[in-house]
Write a protein that binds this ligand. Structure first.
Ligand code: IPE
Ligand code: IPE
Ligand code: MG
Ligand code: MG
Ligand code: MG
Length: 336
C-alpha cells in the first residue's frame, strides 16, 4: 500500500502528534504498558502488512490449482486475478485478529487465503462490462480483458467456490464446529444480504437519490461485510467469547466504511498509476458515494471520525493489537 508521506499517523493507543494521549490505554488491560511513539508504530504497520502479504501469497500458491487438464484456462485466469499485486488487507485482518487469540498461524493463513480469493472473485465480477466495466485492475488488464468475459465469469465462480472448500477442509481447524461456523459466517457475509446485496444496491444507485443513510448501508454491505468476516474469523478460529466476536465485528464495521470512503476519495483525487485502476469512474457512472453528497472534505471528516471510533473499539485489548488499532487511521492517507 502506498501512503502519502505528508502526514503523521496518530494512534489511539499512543497519543496524537501533539503528544497528548487519547486515554484509550486507561480502559485496556495493559493500561500500565509503556507507550510506543507514533513513529515506531507507523514503521511497524507497513512491515506487518508486508509480512501478511507474504504469508497469504505462500498459502495461495500452494492452494490454487496449477493449470492442468482440459480446464487449464480457468486455472490460469484464477491465478492471473489473484497474483496481481493486491494489498492483501483482508488477510492482514484475519492474521492480526487471530494472533489476539493465540491461533496457530497456519490455520489463520488458510482463512486469510479463503477471504482473499473470495474478495478477488468479487473484483473480477465487479469489473465485468455488465457491472463497472473496467479495463484495469491491480495495475494490469482486468481478467475479462486479459482472457475473455466467459473465462472471467467462470474464474470468479471458481474463486468463490474454492474459498468455501478451503474453510471446510480439516487442515483449517480440527473442530468441525469451528469450520462450519467459518463457512456460515462467510456465506452470510458474501451473500445476498452481504456483499452481493451491496453490489445490487450499488448497481441500482444511479436510479435513486440516496441520502447518507442509504449510502452507508450499501457500503457496509458491499465492502464492510468481507471486512467484518475477516476480523471475526480470527475470533472464531480462536474459539473466543461472543463478546470478542462482536467487538471485532464492530471494529470492522467502522473500518470497512473508512476503507470504502477512502476508495471513493481516491477515485476523485488519485491517479490510475497510483491506484492500479481507472479513476473518475464513480461520477461518470452515477455511483452513490459520500464524496458525491458531502464533498471531499466532508467525506474525509466522516472517515476520520469513523477511524477514531474503530481504533477505540479495540481498547479492551490494551496494546495487544497495535497494528489493528493503527490501521483505520493509516488508511485515511492511503494512496492505493
Ligand atoms: C477494492 O478493494 C474493492 C473495494 C472494496 C473498494 P482493495 O482496494 O482492497 O483491492 P486490492 O485487493 O488491494 O486490489
Ligand atoms: C467494489 O466497489 C466492491 C466489491 C468488489 C464488492 P468498487 O466498485 O468501488 O471497487 P473498485 O473501485 O472497482 O475497486
Ligand atoms: Mg463496483
Ligand atoms: Mg468497481
Ligand atoms: Mg471504487
Amino acid at each position: 500500500m502506498v501512503l502519502s508521506k505528508s502526514r503523521n499517523y496518530p494512534c489511539m493507543f499512543c497519543g496524537n502528534e501533539t503528544g497528548r494521549s487519547h486515554g484509550v490505554f486507561m480502559v485496556g488491560s495493559n493500561s500500565g504498558a509503556p507507550r510506543m511513539s507514533a513513529r515506531t508504530q507507523s514503521l511497524s504497520l507497513p512491515t506487518a502488512l508486508r509480512d501478511a502479504s507474504r504469508t497469504v501469497d505462500e498459502m495461495l500458491e500452494s492452494i490454487l490449482p496449477a493449470p492442468h487438464g482440459l480446464q487449464a484456462r480457468v486455472h490460469e485466469a484464477m491465478r492471473y486475478a489473484t497474483f496481481a499485486g493486491g494489498k492483501r488487507l483482508r488477510p492482514f485482518l484475519v492474521l492480526s485478529a487471530a494472533k489476539l487469540f493465540g491461533v496457530a498461524p497456519a490455520r489463520a493463513a488458510r482463512v486469510a487465503a479463503a477471504i482473499e480469493v473470495l474478495h478477488t472473485y468479487s473484483l473480477v465480477h465487479d469489473d465485468l462490462p455488465c457491472m463497472d466495466d473496467d479495463d484495469l485492475r491491480r495495475g494490469r488488464p482486468t481478467t475479462h480483458i486479459a482472457f475473455d468475459e466467459m473465462t472471467a465469469v467462470l474464474a470468479g465462480d471458481a474463486l468463490l467456490t474454492i474459498a468455501f472448500e478451503i474453510l471446510a477442509r480439516p487442515e483449517t481447524h480440527s473442530s468441525a464446529e469451528v469450520r462450519s461456523a467459518l463457512v456460515l459466517r462467510l456465506a452470510e457475509a458474501a451473500g445476498s444480504n452481504g456483499m452481493i446485496g451491496g453490489q445490487m444496491i450499488d448497481m441500482q444507485a444511479g436510479q435513486n437519490a440516496f441520502g447518507s443513510d442509504e449510502i452507508i448501508h450499501l457500503q457496509r454491505l458491499k465492502t464492510g461485510q468481507l471486512f467484518e468476516f475477516s476480523c471475526e474469523a480470527g475470533a472464531i478460529l480462536g474459539q473466543a467469547k461472543q463478546e470478542d466476536r462482536d467487538r471485532l465485528r464492530s471494529y470492522a464495521r467502522d473500518m470497512g466504511l473508512v476503507f470504502q470512503i477512502t476508495d471513493d476519495l481516491l477515485d476523485v483525487t488519485s491517479t490510475a498509476e497510483k491506484t492500479g485502476k481507472a479513476v473518475g469512474k464513480d461520477k461518470e457512472q452515477g455511483k452513490a458515494t459520500l464524496v458525491a453528497i458531502m464533498g471531499i472534505d466532508g467525506a474525509r471528516a466522516e472517515a476520520e471520525k469513523l477511524a477514531r471510533r474503530a481504533s477505540a473499539t479495540l481498547a479492551p485489548y490494551g496494546n495487544a493489537a497495535p497494528e489493528l488499532c493503527e490501521l483505520p487511521l493509516y488508511l485515511l492517507d492511503r494512496e492505493s
